[in-house]
Design a protein around this ligand. Structure first.
Ligand code: CS2
Length: 496
């Protein structure tokens, strides 16, 4: 990677000027590439890179440097390429902070159409592919856990152009690698239930898209030499801001445009289904287990479900940040009840986990004032996030005979802010979420909140077939939406 962007910027040459306390003990120049990563966002930098860095330090292996690709825009890849892959990770907690330049990111490029990505995927020295492309990045029909078969980009990739979609890139890389036969582990690190199984299904599905041209050898290779372990990833990592970059520059004495910030907590639970070699991730604290499903359900429903619920409440209440919303006693009470009366009792917790302690740690982490997380960031792509985070609890509650009242109130908050685009005080609220338009079209002209809820819940792409036909659930959401619309969320929460 080439690089300096100026004497004052972090890169391999200026690294020597960074105070030793802020440098990793791992020499970036000594690392060779063994990992390909798709989705070069903040979370990759705070999570997988930090596990790989620790694993390399603990094991002494220098063969797990990362070649990472941004997917949506070239911006992150350009920033990191200009810094020779170097960036600082700050860990922020009340009363403690640590800031270190990590070494493991060795190459940063823009994926769509890049032939180097396919070359890397065929390199026998690469044994691991990790992905953090967000729920949206897989181009799913969310209610089906399958590819959206009418997605024009997927169809164009399937017909054989240089791939622009994530699944298209994986398929083309795997197709080429199949000729080599070298094993590979593809590790999905997005917040989706049974994410490895899901991704394996999407890769297989690609060949069935209309007009798809896929090499006949791929299926046998997938079967015999490619592992798709499911995972659970956890580390709260907000989008960094100017103040974070300024703090990094002060500590490092050189500018770091790719600086990121995260919390002390980090978890990576991985199903032990690798194919071939892998980094010693367990030496970095990753947990290798036979079955990730209970861990995934716990994390998606208790942490992410709560996060989303707080964010929707916060947007209606006019708050910018998650910790600010959670500091409101009525919201804290609502969240506690959501966890203890609906999420906890409808969940099969993993062996050895005490749900009440887990729930307490979740609320403590989300309340961390040192790590402001924007309500709009959590609310983005809500339509894609809802099924695993909230609807799973709704279904489990219905099956267990529990009335999902708090889930219904959370969803009503989402519908209220998504449909109105305003806070309760009437201020405009905006967040990117493809489902909003569909829901607005469905609910347009509804004569009452109950009718708006009924129509919105019949949007199959978000709520699947079952929930729109569940009269009890539709009634709960309708009542909650009516109450919020009439009295405002603050009054509704006060009366809870
Ligand atoms: C958040 C997650 O933005 C969001 O949707 O709920 O990114 C959350 O911070 C992580 O999953 C924590 O591990």
């Amino acid at each position: 990677m080439s690089g300096s962007v100026g004497a004052g910027a972090l890169n391999l040459e200026t690294l020597a000027r960074v105070p030793a306390t802020h440098r990793s003990a791992l020499d970036p120049r000594a690392l060779s590439i063994g990992v390909v990563h798709l989705g070069l966002g903040v979370f990759h930098r705070t999570h997988q890179i930090s596990f790989l860095e620790r694993a390399a330090l603990e094991s002494g292996e220098t063969c797990w440097g990362v070649s990472a690709y941004s997917e949506r825009s070239p911006a992150a890849a350009e920033l990191l390429a200009a810094q020779d892959g170097l960036y600082s990770l700050r860990i922020a907690a009340p009363g403690a902070t640590a800031l270190t330049v990590l070494s493991s990111l060795r190459e940063a490029r823009f994926a769509p159409g890049d032939p180097v990505l396919i070359e890397r995927l065929c390199d026998p020295a690469v044994a691991l592919v990790t992905l953090t492309v967000s729920e949206k990045g897989y181009r799913l029909d969310p209610s089906q856990r399958a590819l959206a078969r009418d997605d024009p980009e997927l169809l164009a990739d399937a017909a054989g152009r240089p791939p622009v979609t994530v699944v298209g890139q994986l398929v083309r890389g795997l197709e080429a690698r199949a000729r080599l036969g070298a094993p590979l582990s593809v590790v999905c690190c997005d917040n989706l239930a049974e994410n490895g199984r899901l991704l394996a299904g999407l890769v297989a599905d690609f060949a069935t898209l209309p007009g798809a041209r896929v090499d006949g050898g791929l299926a046998a290779y997938l079967e015999s030499a490619v592992g798709f372990p499911s995972t659970v990833v956890d580390r709260i990592s907000p989008a960094p801001g100017d103040a974070d970059r300024a703090a990094a520059a002060r500590a490092l004495t050189v500018a770091d445009a790719a600086a990121v910030v995260t919390e002390p907590f980090a978890d990576w639970v991985i199903e032990d289904r690798f194919a071939g070699r892998r980094p010693a991730l367990e030496r970095a604290g990753a947990r290798l287990v036979d079955d990730v499903v209970p861990y995934a359900e716990l994390k998606l429903r208790a942490l992410n479900g709560t996060h989303s619920a707080i964010a929707w409440c916060g947007l209606l209440l006019g708050d910018g940040w998650v910790h600010e919303t959670l500091a409101r006693p009525p919201v804290a009470r609502f969240v506690a009840a959501l966890l203890s009366e609906e999420i906890g009792p409808s969940l099969a917790v993993p062996p050895g986990v005490d749900f009440a302690s887990y729930a307490a740690s979740v609320t403590e982490r989300l309340a961390n004032p040192e790590l402001p997380y924007a309500n709009t960031q959590v609310a983005s792509d809500s339509g894609q996030k809802l099924p695993g985070r909230i609807l799973s609890t709704v279904r489990a509650c219905r099956a267990a005979g529990i009335a999902p009242r708090r889930c219904a109130l959370a969803l009503a908050c989402y519908l209220r802010v998504a449909l109105s685009g305003r806070s309760d005080a009437g201020d405009p609220v905006d967040f990117p979420d493809g489902a909003r338009e569909r829901l607005s079209v469905a609910a347009a002209g509804a004569p009452s909140s109950a009718a708006a809820a009924r129509r919105a819940l019949s949007v199959r792409e978000v709520f699947a077939e079952d929930l729109g036909h569940d009269a009890v659930f539709v009634g709960l959401v309708g009542d909650a939406l009516e109450a919020i619309t009439t009295h405002g969320l603050a009054a509704v929460l006060d009366a809870e």
